[in-house]
Unconditional design. Sequence first.
Length: 349
Amino acid sequence: MTETVNTGAGAVPGGGRRRAPSMGDVARHAGVSSQTVSRVSNGLTNVDDSTRQRVLESMQALGYRPNGAARALKSGRFNNIGVIMFTLATLGNMKTLDAIAVEAAAADYSVTLIAVPDQTLGAVSGAYRRLSDQAVDGVLILFEARLLDQGEIHLPPGLPVVVIDSDSGSGYPVVDADQAEGARLATQHLLDLGHRQVEHVAGPASSFSGAHRAASWRATLEAAGIAPRAVHHGDWSTESGYRIGLELGRRDDVTAIFAANDQMALGVMRALHELGRDIPGEISVVGFDDIEEAHSFWPPLTTVRQNFHEVGRLAMERLLAEIAGTGAHSGTTLVPTELVVRASTAPPA
């Protein structure tokens, strides 16, 4: 004989898996109609406070979760945004994503992350195909906006989009740190100390941030009447900075180095230490980002501080405005950068 185990709402024979409580279960528990439960679930205001509280307590007691898909059909909103990015390995992307998640939660939105394994057209197109299968109200994109112009890439029509850390070539709203001003501050700081040339360890040539910082470094030198030397391209890693640092550290005509991120600056400093070059007595070093460990480099690193949290917060703010139909639909918002002077820079010997 099969025993029936009574577990309340959703009891099943034989003690099997309990079914999820329904709206009807909540209505019976609270002593109201299913329509009243529906109104409370959808946040409607035509329910008196005492009844609303009773329904909410019944939902909690039974473990009832309103059907998000059903609510979306009524409201036209999923309360979910998509985030597409190439990598989580960089400090900037991680901190920006953290800020996005915090702002999304505050606005009662969830986040669906879609990773793109590489910067090929096929990989990006695949990300968009996956995005089209997701129920999202809008999307934040953290990669080169120029890829959006490719003919094979099509975002779902009418989908609100905000681009981070790129240009506005595709006509979408953009939020970014002021890369150009940061690179200008770093280069001008070294010139103001008396250096007559500044070497640049740049990011990858394909990177928007890397290219923007390199262009500003070049323009700052030219404005001072100095012909820039060749750029040394790294890949944002400490190892690439170390390799380039060994090359530059063997040259007697190098007195100042501006690295496009702190990780490459750290690699440069390691190479200079191994070569017996004094920092900053013989060679000054400036980084970019102001990572948490920058003050613990030896010597502590002069660098450009980016406010990644503010970039993520403003990007989410602009996306929510686009979703609500109150956004500007285009234009660039720049978050200021600032120079943090520490002990890795000094006048040339």
